[in-house]
Design a protein around this ligand. Structure first.
Ligand code: PLP
Length: 391
């Protein structure tokens, strides 16, 4: 194992920094002192090389329109080749300000108004928004849950495709359940999509957050056929804690899909790079790898800590060890509380804010999602507060 050179124990006060997570406790949960472990950003500084590159760019004092160079594309393609054994050709790449905007554009372009678009619940809640707000219907292929382990319901997936759904939003790895889909699972999904001519939009924002013993398989890397029928949404923002910087990329070798996507981005004038994007991307992918390894070790230890705390103090709850992501999905259904009851337990009694599970879909009712990307002392305090809420 590498020497530990980054200090993830360091507590950084994020209050008063326009933080979506830290500066909304009073507004959202009714008390400014509620400890927030909900929205998925980290309470760790980004890799020092990234912070330095951004600081240097900010120091220019002129925040002009920005163009990318070959170094930017090389940083992206080099990372995916090195970390994921996936060769991305530069002409397959389209820059987009965010993954959720890309998902929304894909729904608009690759499904018919009023038609059904497949997601697999419980899932990251904007998946519902981008389907419904574009005037489509959610076709839910709810994940199967056995022994605290999610799998895909392939039989029901096929029925939804027979029923006419032509677009699937895949979350790979899966948020909130933390599953890193295995090759054979993805092959089964892809074969069904091929059979029924379904386009896949694979959201792989969590692809670098993979814990020991697991491997991320990019859906499009499995075969040329899968690559041709899919668009993959990627970003360094989750990996290196840059979600406030609007940068992501969509990858497809399918010229027809890409042309439509690029045209729409241009129509919306979303095709220009953010001023900070090139330096953030290059520093992340070229210099962030060691930081990522150490961060994953730290978050893995946080998962161990939380799992053992919960099994000792709250054995009626069942937490799922994440295979990927820095999110811990905890089954609290034995408490027999509805969403309001879970919220009262967290916010009023415990003074802590995890995500209440039903926002991820009906199957999330009775669960909470805990963000593990924080110093151990914050996690410890949060779990103790939650525990006190039961007393
Ligand atoms: C599965 C998934 N997709 C997308 C996003 C957000 O992407 P962006 O900020 O680029 O829109 C998140 C953030 O938590 C996520 O979990």
């Amino acid at each position: 194992m590498s020497e530990k050179t980054f200090d993830f124990d360091k507590v950084i006060d994020r209050r008063g920094t326009y933080s979506y997570k830290w500066d909304q406790s009073e507004k959202l949960f009714g008390d400014k002192d509620i400890l927030p472990l909900w929205v998925a950003d980290m309470d760790f500084s980004s890799p020092p090389a990234v912070a330095e590159a951004i600081a240097k760019r900010a120091a220019q004092g002129i925040y002009g329109y920005t163009v990318k160079t070959a170094a930017y594309t090389d940083a992206i393609t080099g990372w995916f080749k090195r970390r994921h054994q996936w060769e991305i050709s530069p002409e397959w790449l389209t820059d987009s300000p965010g993954i959720v905007p890309s998902l929304s554009i894909a729904v608009d372009l690759f499904s018919e108004p009023g038609s059904k678009v497949i997601l697999q619940s419980p899932v990251y809640y904007p998946f519902y928004d981008v389907i419904r707000m574009n005037g489509r219907q959610v076709a839910d292929n709810a994940l199967l849950l056995n022994d605290s382990y999610y799998t895909m319901d392939l039989g029901h997936l096929e029925e939804l495709m027979q029923d006419g759904a032509k677009l699937l939003l895949l979350c790979n790895p899966h948020n909130p359940g933390g599953r890193v889909w295995k090759r054979e699972e993805l092959v089964s999904v892809g074969e069904l999509c091929q059979k029924y001519n379904v386009t896949v939009v694979s959201d792989e924002i969590h692809c670098d957050l993979i814990h020991k013993g697991h491997q991320h398989i990019p859906f499009a890397s499995i075969s040329d056929e899968f690559a041709q029928m899919s668009l993959t949404c990627l970003a360094p923002t989750k990996t290196f804690n840059l979600p406030g910087i609007p940068v992501s990329f969509v990858v497809t070798p399918n010229a027809r899909l890409k042309k439509k996507f690029d045209f729409k981005l241009k129509t919306l004038s979303l095709h220009m790079l953010n001023f900070f994007a090139p330096v953030a991307v290059e520093a992340s992918y070229n210099q962030g790898e060691e930081w990522l390894e150490q961060m994953l070790d730290y978050v893995g230890d946080n998962a161990d800590y939380a799992l053992s705390y919960l099994s000792e103090h709250l054995p009626q709850l069942q937490a799922m060890r994440p295979e990927g992501t820095y999110l811990l999905w905890v089954d609290c259904r034995k408490l027999n509380l509805d969403a309001a009851g879970i919220k009262a337990l967290m916010y009023e009694k415990g003074k802590v804010a995890f995500n209440e599970g039903s926002i991820f879909g009906a199957g999330g009712q009775g669960f909470v999602r805990i963000n593990l990307a924080c110093p151990r002392s914050i996690l410890q305090e949060a779990l103790e507060r939650f525990h006190r809420g039961f007393l």
